[in-house]
Each structure stands twice: as C-alpha cells, then as structure tokens.
Design a protein around this ligand. Structure first.
Ligand code: HGY
Ligand code: MN
Ligand code: MN
Ligand code: MN
Length: 410
C-alpha cells in the first residue's frame, strides 16, 4: 500500500473533533457552510494541504484548492476533491473522506517523488450540502460557471444571505465569476466519497466505481391559509395551513412510490406556531430524485397538480419555488473502466454501481471528464451520526485514488 493509512485515519479523526463538544461524542457533526465550525475545519485543511507540500489557493467563494505541480505547468489539471460542510447532526465521512483521502494520495505522490506531467489539484468545495442556504453545490457551481448571482441572495434561517456569509468569512463573492475553470484547463475530475447506500456492504466490497449519479430537485412549498382561534373555529370553517401541508406531504410520498423514485420532506415550518392558533402559514421542503430524467420531470409535474388540487379543496393558497434542479450525470466510461482496471491491478475486488446521492461531481461533469470512487458505508447509513467506514475501506479507496491520479497525471 502506497498511502499512509495511519496518517489518513488521524486526519479523519482530527477534522471530526473540530467544532464538536467532547462531552457529547455520540452527537454527529453539524458543520454548516461558513459556520464557525466550518471556518475552523477550513483552517485545519489549509494547514494540512501546506504540510503535504501543496500550494494553497482560496478562490472568491471559498473553494480551498491545494496544487501539486507537474513537470508541465501548462498541462491540463487532474482535479480531485469533495466537501467538508455537513448536514445537521451529520456523519464523519460524508465529503471529508473525499478531501482528506485526496490530500493523503497527493502527499504520497510528492513524498515518493513520483514524476508527473500534469498538475494535480485537490479541492474542498464550499457548501456542497445546501443545508444552510437551501441549494448546495455552491463551490462546484462556481467552478463550473453555473453559479447565479441570485443564488448569493439566498438566506439562511436567521436571514443572513450567502453573500453576507461569504463576505464575513473574508471572501469576495462579488468576484464569483472568476472561479470558473475552462474545459481546456482540466483533464479529469475524480471524487472519492462514501457510498451512503447498502450495495457494497451486501456484496462485501470495500470499493465501488460509480456509473451514473442521480440528480436532485429541491422545492420550497409555502401554504397560506388563515390563522384563527383553535377553540372557537368549527372544523368546516378553517383554512388550516398545517393540515393542508400534511396532506401535501403524503402526496410527495405517494408520487415517489408511484414512479419508483424518492421523495423527502426534510424541513417544516409553521406560523404563527402557538398551541391554540390554527396555523395560517406553513412552509416545507421537498427533495425529489429519480434515475430517469423524464420520470423525474413527470413526478414534478404531477406533484404541482396534486398540491394545487389539495390547496383548492382546502381553500388555501400554495406557492411552489424550485430551489435546485440538477440533471443526473453519467460518469466517463473510459475513466470508469480505468478505475475498475486499477482495482484489478491492486487486487481490490470491486463493482460498478449507480449513485443515489448528489455530489459536486454533478457540477464538475459540465466542464470535464468525471468519475467517482465509492467506499463502503456500514449499514448504508449516512446523514446520521452512525455513519461509518472502516480504516481498511478508507485506505483501500484512497489507494485506488492514488493510482488513478498517478495514471491520469503521469
Ligand atoms: O443531497 C445529497 O445527495 C448530498 O448529500 N448532498
Ligand atoms: Mn451529504
Ligand atoms: Mn457528500
Ligand atoms: Mn499525460
């Protein structure tokens, strides 16, 4: 094994201590983008990249980019990386393994003084999850030239805009267009990530190679009824926003099952929020995904119709906003085959498989050849403090990444 398994594991343990209360080790990570925890973890990452001998650059929206020069500085860049921001009460490996594993792989290429033609860049993308500002892939959108000015105006639950949070972190969001990388500048993007599913575990494999990635659609639904007295208002006279929301939530589930896709309502909000007030307003998020783009479009269309029908039946208004709509992506077949071959050479049994979660790779595929290396997740659990991957599996994935980067950059 070329990579330093012990050092890799130490960096994973270290980043997972940052911003967490040692009194509650069972709690997950809540490292929302540009939060104090995220800024502390960013500092750790910058130091780690420097210790690995990479030159470090931070772009206008906070993407942290560590670069290892090749013999030909003009050769297209081999890029790898992922994210370190998390969901609420999230896991220890989602995103972080892809960044820390990439740093370890590139550090070993440098330590072994392996001659490379192409430069390699390790990137930690800003705000992949979208937990704080409701959309996600911010850093990778900027690199792919897909970030819109309006996205910077999205607010978190306390009313702070993404723009303000970036400024407060000392960044220059007004220059977000400068983050874009041209196709000709890049050779490939490889993302290592935990599977967050159960397939590798069922097949008893440490490593998988992704064939294609599902694309998410996120809606923000607002229901406007009328607040009224909980005791004095007969049931037939109510415009109860929360009961309308409840019926709409079940509609999400029904459509997901009908189309054999997935539909999730993860965030709810009711106003005014008193025990004895009939809710006048309700807001909820919808996350819809399907491996087939046409079916996903049909799901969204049918959902719009159903929500309208429920709102009319209940005498409330409904407003539906699309916060995120990302096309599914096919990984580069040539890169997939090369990674499968590498696993064979390393005698690491593997398989190809689709990916249900969304990743920065969905953005990077717009400007370069893309592929993903999966590492087994215990019980397939993720977005949960119990998320776990073993040191052996993390090392196996990182070894495959090491060889893949070497083959691409030599
Ligand atoms: O939402 C996702 O699939 C990923 O965790 N960002
Ligand atoms: Mn995630
Ligand atoms: Mn992730
Ligand atoms: Mn070459």
């Amino acid at each position: 094994m070329q990579i330093n398994k012990k050092r890799l594991w130490e960096t994973i343990e270290r980043i997972n201590q940052i911003g967490n209360d040692p009194l509650y080790p069972e709690r997950g990570n809540t490292r929302l983008s540009l939060s104090k925890e995220d800024l502390l973890a960013r500092e750790f990452l910058i130091e780690l990249m420097k210790a690995a001998g990479l030159s470090v650059k931070i772009d206008a929206v906070g993407n942290i980019i560590g670069r290892l020069e090749g013999n030909n500085q003009k050769a297209p860049v081999v890029m790898t990386g992922s994210h370190i921001d998390t969901v609420y009460d999230g896991g220890k490996f989602d995103g972080t393994l892809g960044v820390l594993g990439a740093i370890e792989a590139v550090r070993r290429l440098k330590e072994l003084e392996i001659q490379l033609e192409h430069p390699i860049e390790v990137v930690s993308f800003t705000d992949e999850e979208g937990t704080r500002f409701g959309t996600g892939y911010i850093g990778s959108r900027a690199v792919a030239g897909e970030l819109k000015l309006s996205t910077l105006e999205l607010k978190d639950d306390s009313g702070i805009t993404l723009y303000e949070a970036l400024k407060k972190a000392g960044l220059e969001p007004e220059k977000f267009k400068e983050c874009k990388r041209e196709k000709k500048e890049l050779k490939a993007f490889i993302e290592m990530h935990i599977e967050q599913g159960k397939v590798l575990e069922e097949k008893n494999l440490s490593v998988g190679v992704v064939t294609h990635i599902q694309g998410p659609v996120w809606l923000q639904v607002e229901v406007i009824g009328s607040a009224d007295h909980a005791g004095a208002t007969p049931m037939h006279m109510r415009k109860d926003a929360s009961l309308a929301m409840a019926e709409m939530m079940l509609a999400v589930e029904q459509i997901a099952k009908t189309y054999d896709g997935v539909g999730t309502v993860g965030k709810l909000h009711i106003e005014p929020g008193g025990v004895n007030i009939i809710p006048g307003r309700a807001k909820f998020s919808v996350d819809v995904r399907h491996v087939d783009l046409k079916k996903r479009t049909e799901m969204i269309e049918e959902l719009h119709l159903l929500l309208k029908k429920i709102s009319q039946k209940r005498g409330v208004l409904v407003k539906i906003e699309v916060n995120k709509e990302v096309d599914p992506a096919k990984c580069s077949p040539a890169l997939v085959q090369s990674i499968v071959d590498t696993c064979g050479e390393l005698k690491i049994p593997t398989m190809t498989l689709p990916c249900g979660a969304g990743h920065d790779s969905l953005m990077m595929t717009k400007i370069t050849e893309m592929a993903m290396i999966f590492v087994r997740s215990k019980g397939g659990i993720s977005h949960n403090p119990l998320e776990w991957s073993s040191i052996e599996d993390c090392a196996a994935g990182t070894e495959v990444l090491f060889q893949t980067l070497y083959k691409l950059a030599k």
